[in-house]
Design a protein around this ligand. Structure first.
Ligand SMILES: Nc1ncnc2c1ncn2[C@@H]1O[C@H](COP(=O)(O)OP(=O)(O)OP(=O)(O)O)[C@@H](O)[C@H]1O
Ligand SMILES: [Mg+2]
Length: 329
């Protein structure tokens, strides 16, 4: 990937949470929530991050933004390695990166008018004050499809979809270039989901935003993303162009995720062979040796139980971590 096109580079990112046990509350183990994750995002593109619950998507988001410090690795945004920065240095960079949360009901302070909530980051970062701040709030409300005169109302007066629009306005208030959307639609009614996704797409075009779009809804991720990264137990197992991942998934885990989706055509659905995943997701405290997917993989080989497969580029811009591709096909 050409350097000037890259907005975000994540290198060997790890986040291990200590687990305390025994009588003396000593650290006995670690939850390996994110375990050696690397990827890049180009300016103006959307990278979708998908995987089952607990695979480490939110933790990846939090450590990228340095809301929690990673255990190891690099996060380079616009040429700055965020992991090396002190908190006060990071403060000025916070305007460049924002997050939209999953739950619009808990992410807004119920005692604050939505105008004050949207104005807060603008004032904290010294972007505007007084009338200029008011005007900016009105502009943001209109931009996300809400009435500018709603500024004096409280969150309880709005529906879930409207609250998510408010959350988006708040995130965009400081003019970030990079926005992480962490399951921004999963708590909303299906009828509202498409509206919010379309709003995010329109804002991306209008403002030239770069997104990391986190979701377990594969169809939605495919719709909004240029590229997709598939995560399993703290690791990326496959990454590539959206269409390639959709049409020709290489990793048995990605294949199983796709196969779990119902097909719109009932005749095709009838004929299709489903790959059903066996068992539960293993614990990230003691992940399986070798390939982490080996305990559930329908195509497991002996080597998979011993040697961890590296993420390798098998086709242009399509990487996979799987021993099935160790030999030329
Ligand atoms: N603060 C924490 N302390 C200890 N373990 C944590 C902490 N936060 C997350 N974890 C663990 O890290 C793993 C990854 O969690 P994370 O929330 O990143 O998953 P996720 O992919 O976002 O899941 P979901 O789809 O449910 O949102 C889980 O096993 C979780 O229990
Ligand atoms: Mg999450």
């Amino acid at each position: 990937m050409a350097e000037q096109q890259v907005l975000l580079t994540v290198n060997h990112l790890k986040k291990y949470y200590p687990v305390k046990g025994g009588w003396f509350g000593r650290v006995t183990d670690y939850v390996k929530a994110v375990d050696d994750v690397s990827f890049q995002i180009r300016r103006g593109e959307t990278l979708g991050l998908v995987g089952e619950s607990g695979c480490g998507k939110t933790t990846t988001a939090r450590v990228i933004l340095q809301l929690q410090r990673p255990t190891a690795g690099e996060v380079i945004l616009n040429g700055n390695d965020l992991c090396q920065m002190q908190d006060d240095q990071l403060r000025s960079l916070r305007t460049q990166m924002q997050i939209i949360f999953q739950n619009p009901y808990t992410s807004l302070n119920p005692r604050m008018t939505i105008g004050a909530a949207i104005a807060e980051p603008i004032i904290v970062h010294g972007i505007a004050h007084g009338n200029a701040a008011h005007e900016r709030v009105a502009e943001l409300l209109t931009m996300v499809g809400l009435n500018r005169y709603f500024a004096g109302r409280f969150p309880s007066e709005f529906s879930g979809g409207q609250r998510q629009r408010i959350g988006i306005a708040r995130a965009l208030s400081v003019n970030p270039g990079f926005v992480i959307c962490d399951e921004p639609i999963s708590s909303l009614d299906v009828s509202i989901q498409a509206q919010i996704v379309n709003l995010l797409k329109r804002l991306q075009d209008q403002l030239g935003l770069t997104y990391l779009f986190i979701s377990h809804d594969l169809r939605m991720v495919r719709y909004i993303s240029n590229r997709i990264a598939v995560m399993y137990l703290g690791k990326i197992v496959e990454m590539g162009q959206s269409l390639d991942i959709w049409k020709k998934p290489l990793h048995p885990y990605t294949q199983a995720l796709w196969a779990a989706l119902p097909l719109p055509d009932p005749e095709l659905e009838e004929k299709r062979q489903r790959i059903v995943l066996q068992g539960n997701v293993p614990s990230p405290i003691n992940p399986p040796q070798g390939c982490r997917f080996n305990t559930r993989c329908p195509r497991v080989l002996d080597i998979c139980r011993e040697v961890e497969p590296p993420l390798r580029e098998l086709e242009p811009d399509h990487q996979v971590a799987c021993h099935l591709y160790d030999w030329p096909q």
